[in-house]
Write a protein that binds this ligand. Sequence first.
Ligand SMILES: Nc1ncnc2c1ncn2[C@@H]1O[C@H](COP(=O)(O)OP(=O)(O)OC[C@H]2O[C@@H]([n+]3cccc(C(=O)O)c3)[C@H](O)[C@@H]2O)[C@@H](O)[C@H]1O
Ligand SMILES: Nc1ncnc2c1ncn2[C@@H]1O[C@H](COP(=O)(O)OP(=O)(O)OP(=O)(O)O)[C@@H](O)[C@H]1O
Ligand SMILES: NC(=O)CC[C@H](N)C(=O)O
Length: 594
Amino acid sequence: MRIALCQINPTVGDIAGNLTKHLEFIAAARKAGAELAVFPELSLLGYPPKDLLLKRSFVDDSLAALEELAGQTRGLDVIVGYADRNANPVGRPLHNAVALLRDGQVASRHFKTLLPTYDVFDESRYFEPGRRDERENLVEVTSAEGRHIIGMSICEDLWNDEQLIARRLYHENPIADLMSVGAELLVNASASPFVLGKHAFRLELFAAQARRFGKPIVYVNQVGGNDELVFDGNSVVIDGSGKLIATGKAFGEDLLIAEVGIPKLLKPTEPIGMPADYPPPLSAMPAASAYAGERTDMRADRMLSAPDSYEEADLEAVFKALVLGLRDYVHKTGFKSVVLGLSGGIDSALTAALAAEAFGPEKVVGVAMPSKFSSDHSIGDARDLAKNLGLNFHTIPIKDVHAAFESTLAGVFKGLAPDVTEENLQARSRGVILMAISNKLNHLLLTTGNKSELAVGYCTLYGDMCGGLAVISDVPKTLVWELSRYYNRSKGREMIPQSSIDKVPSAELRPNQTDQDSLPPYEVLDGILFRYVEEEKGPRQIIAEGFDEATVNRMIRLIDRSEYKRRQAAPGLKVTSRAFGFGRRMPIAQRYSP
Ligand SMILES: Nc1ncnc2c1ncn2[C@@H]1O[C@H](COP(=O)(O)OP(=O)(O)OC[C@H]2O[C@@H]([n+]3cccc(C(=O)O)c3)[C@H](O)[C@@H]2O)[C@@H](O)[C@H]1O
Ligand SMILES: Nc1ncnc2c1ncn2[C@@H]1O[C@H](COP(=O)(O)OP(=O)(O)OP(=O)(O)O)[C@@H](O)[C@H]1O
Ligand SMILES: NC(=O)CC[C@H](N)C(=O)O
């Protein structure tokens, strides 16, 4: 059967634009001779639509778009994602749905069973799980080879394999159920966001599911950035032996046409059945203490490298994810260009490189703002970076502004020794200048803070935290260095000055200051951060792994105490299994000490 996997980049809420995109892909699928076209999860709305789903008109508009699309799809079966109303007055008001469009009609509607409500997912807030009779999620389609029974599933429905996702399983298994009533092919419409190492895990998971039931899987993922999430595409077709037979583009829209061999069931009515021990008895489930970090995006230990070792392919994937997330955030919010402060350090250098790749260097404005503490090499490195990347570059000294602040405050501060207040005034002077440039010239201001410093609060509110998007706020410092080296390697020359990579990290807020005056080496900080935030380990476990006790306790205190800063930070692009932000909701005024 010839299937078109329509890997689109929808914009959340742009129902008209998304409808047009569907029509374009359907036209191309027809031209390629497809017999079935499949779109991602909630494809007419864009994923995740969040509280737009609470607006009656939004759901009405999406249902009208579904009817309109159906009217234009004669001659090709199309599976499309949308939000449907729950006809039952009990439960949440909506279903996360896919529809089969056939002969100008909505031929059938199918609802998601497993609703992810962990990490960045919050589907139980809106949706009622669908389907009690698994036959409702079977559809018959006809290809040149005959008639086939397709099982319809939506993203999380497929993420329930007891061998691979051992921490917390759902009690229901919609895939096993579909197979037990005769599905010959599984279609999975997805919106599965990028996380470092996740695609390898997906391939393992999908292959295991395909092998278990001996049936092919067609997985169609959304692509593109929507706020903090970056969807990587990477749609795939897996045959019934678990072999990968077709794969879509990573980080770009794609129309993947695949010939899928659909093995006929010899005895279509014979149930495949569940394993005897499924679902596992509650006593066999992990103890309550294992709740921490469960199903963040999946088991962190299976998908992540230790923070000190990254494969070249992983670096390439993270780099591309950041470029796509940055480009889509800026364009989908209506900006055309960006501005950022260039300190000569590695964080602003990497952010500038990502921006140059996302928009072209002519759309990027870099501003060096030396203070009385800035070293010559910092200004030189900032200038070299701008030259290598081809950015627009300005130098705006902050000496006078900073001095004006100090003299303005001299009366109130009389008799008090200079401290971090004066240091922060430098960062804030830069923030004011950069926001003025953003206001006047309509460039979106990018913040440059990395995950390590955001974790411990090593950043100034309304200073270097000023900006609309925190591009690398989910990238630990050790990975910032790795990505910078990777970028230079990929370009075959020194784009980011080597001295920015090699220099000792410093905020240059006072003479001879270095980050390590206040923090442990970043390798140590990132090791603790990974275990505490991504793996949800407590201090005792982390210390038992060989980290210094006092350092662990101090870093954990700093991480917890800095929640107030992160709550005010710009949204950042998620690339690890646990980013600060939407997927990690911690109280601010709290006193729990782990
Ligand atoms: N719980 C809470 N809820 C809400 N607000 C709270 C708060 N606790 C403090 N605050 C407020 O926050 C203020 C403290 O925060 P803030 O003004 O940011 O200042 P603060 O965190 O004291 O200082 C900034 C730190 O970041 C370092 N830094 C700055 C700039 C760049 C870099 C770098 O290398 O990238 C590092 C700098 O060396 C210093 O250690 C308090 O004065 C108070 O107004
Ligand atoms: N002299 C400067 N000129 C322009 N921007 C600056 C300057 N100093 C700091 N900034 C801005 O503030 C951000 C925080 O910089 P800072 O040097 O304090 O810490 P950092 O986290 O080590 O960052 P970087 O590695 O980019 O230096 C920088 O990334 C940059 O955007
Ligand atoms: N949209 C979804 O159901 C996403 C959940 C799924 N486990 C994923 O990332 O990929």
